[in-house]
Ligand binder design. Structure first.
Ligand code: C2O
Ligand code: CU
Ligand code: CU
Length: 512
């Protein structure tokens, strides 16, 4: 099989117009794109602390053709939100000015292999490339972020990331609130000089980089004013390694209406939970009626404490005897080791401003789209974490051959396969957020394992997903039927595990 490099590197950064070289066939045939965007990755100096300039990176963007509102600037140090319509033909010119190689991956989006942002498609600083895709995904909340080998963690941490919102006309029949609010959660460590602190020790390679505070949409200590009305809240965990146990400070239940791949179906219904467990790069949509609170009410979105699952947590039994002896996670060890998984965190403050109240209307979730496909292919992947590195069926990302794909990593396109992941390969017992590119899947079953009792109720396995958490000893079965054949990837989405090589190719084969 020949897999030639289809990414275009045919222009120098700074050129006024980045034309698509004629030699390259447009993904749209003779048709023109509806929307042409440019995204430039470059250094930035946001003020994360008053009077301090933080050395960071950022995506800046502009609309070159088509709807002006296809791109919305975001607050803080976050990339602009791409606001796309299902069915639109989109061309995006990516320009790299960060001083290191990079490439953009459109997380959760069903795009052709040539547009996927595989590490081998990374381009050097000072150059760029163009991708084209038709928006196939249903309405929902997706992401874009860097994906160069070994550099995804730091580039994302320093600020390269943004949201993709897909909308479609049938959403208007659902009765969703007019107020639509996006919350991108990223935990960070910021030193006294206002600088972002990335890795400090080997612990960070093992647990993934954790912060002690949460930026919301790129802003520290976020305070949001909300109207006394129902809201559609889109929450994306864009943290390198942090698992959130999301809850309202006034203990109102969370009403979940969607996950990674869009809204739940009518049959699935609204999922009401006391809290929501959100792994890195997962998204949820909530229906929240701020009108149920009095004028002036202050509520916080928080991440509640849960039993630790990093090395300290497992060594100390997460609050067991040793945990108690060591003073728990807030105690001496916690302080010495830095932020840890499972600690209580404040996320954002919401103040209900006085105003015209409108009661929550009944929403009618959409009928599920026909998606049942025949097929009986089975795949099996065993996860292990040994000697500070993650393994998938004993393998890691092949740096000699970035396109390497093993027999047990091939599955048919346009047919249903069942893929079993088993987190029991030995070594360090830890949870992993697993992700598959180029497809949305169903979570069929979880079996066994040490699912912490204080996280279990918050797991959202309803709906369509591109990322799921798997706990130590657990087996998770997913069903997937990729629409577009090609070479894609699956990996742990703890960015330090991914950068450490816990990432492999998978091939969706057209078997016709
Ligand atoms: Cu968002 Cu390969 O990942
Ligand atoms: Cu992805
Ligand atoms: Cu992992």
């Amino acid at each position: 099989m020949t897999r030639r490099r289809e990414v275009l590197k045919a222009f120098a950064a700074g050129a006024a117009t980045l034309a698509l070289p004629r030699a390259v066939q447009s993904a749209f045939g003779a048709q023109e794109p509806d929307v042409v965007l440019r995204l430039v990755a470059a250094p930035a100096t946001p003020a994360l602390r008053p009077d301090k300039k933080t050395r960071a990176l950022r995506y800046a963007g502009e609309v070159l053709r088509g709807r002006r509102d296809a791109l919305r600037p975001s607050t803080g140090n976050l990339g602009p939100t791409l606001d796309l319509r299902r069915g639109e033909r989109v061309r995006i010119e990516v320009v790299n000015r960060i001083g290191a190689e990079t490439v953009i991956h459109w997380h959760g989006m069903i795009v052709p292999e040539a547009a996927d942002g595989h590490p081998h498609q990374a381009v050097p600083s000072g150059s760029g490339y163009t991708v084209e895709f038709t928006v196939r995904n249903p309405a929902g909340t997706y992401l874009y972020h860097p994906h160069p080998y070994r550099l995804t963690g730091p580039q994302t941490y320093y600020g390269l990331a943004g949201l993709i919102i897909v909308r479609e006309p049938r959403e208007s029949a659902i009765g969703l609130p007019a107020q639509d609010l996006e919350l991108v959660l990223q935990d960070r460590r910021i030193d006294g000089d206002g600088q972002l602190v990335f890795k400090r020790s080997m612990m960070d390679d093992m647990n993934g980089v954790l912060g002690d505070r949460v930026l919301v949409n790129g802003v520290d200590d976020a305070a949001l004013k909300v109207a006394p009305r129902p809201y559609r809240l889109r929450i994306a965990n864009v943290s390198n390694a942090r698992i959130y146990k999301l809850a309202w400070s006034d203990d109102r239940p969370m009403r979940v209406i969607g996950a990674d791949g869009g809204l739940f179906s009518r049959a699935e219904g609204i999922q009401e939970r006391p809290y929501v467990t959100l792994f890195p790069f997962q998204r949820i949509e909530l229906l929240e009626d701020f009108g149920a609170r009095p004028d002036g009410a202050e509520i916080a979105l928080v991440s509640r404490e849960f039993s630790g699952m990093d090395m300290m947590g497992s060594m100390m039994g997460g609050g067991g005897m040793m945990g108690g002896m060591m003073g728990g996670r807030g105690g001496m060890m916690g302080g010495m080791m830095g932020p840890s998984q499972g600690e209580e965190l404040h996320i954002a403050r919401f103040t209900v401003s006085p105003g015209a109240r409108s009661r929550a209307t009944r929403i009618k979730l959409p009928q599920s789209e026909p998606s049942v496909r025949e097929g009986n292919h089975e795949l099996y992947t065993q996860l292990a974490f040994r000697h500070m590195r993650g393994f998938l069926n004993g393998r890691r990302f092949d740096t000699q051959d970035a396109m390497a794909v093993a027999e047990d990593e091939r599955l048919p396109a346009r047919q249903t396969s069942v893929w079993t992941f088993a987190n029991d390969g030995g070594g360090m017992a830890m949870p992993h957020p697993m992700h598959v590119h180029g497809v949305q899947f169903r979570i069929l079953e979880r079996r066994g394992g040490d699912v912490p009792a204080d996280l279990r109720e918050g797991l959202i396995d309803t709906g369509w997903h591109d990322t799921f958490g798997i706990f130590p000893g657990e087996r998770v079965r997913i069903a997937l039927a990729p629409e577009i054949p090609g070479l894609f990837m699956y990996h742990c989405h703890n960015l330090e595990h991914e950068d450490g090589g816990m990432m492999r190719n998978c091939l969706f084969e057209s078997r016709t």
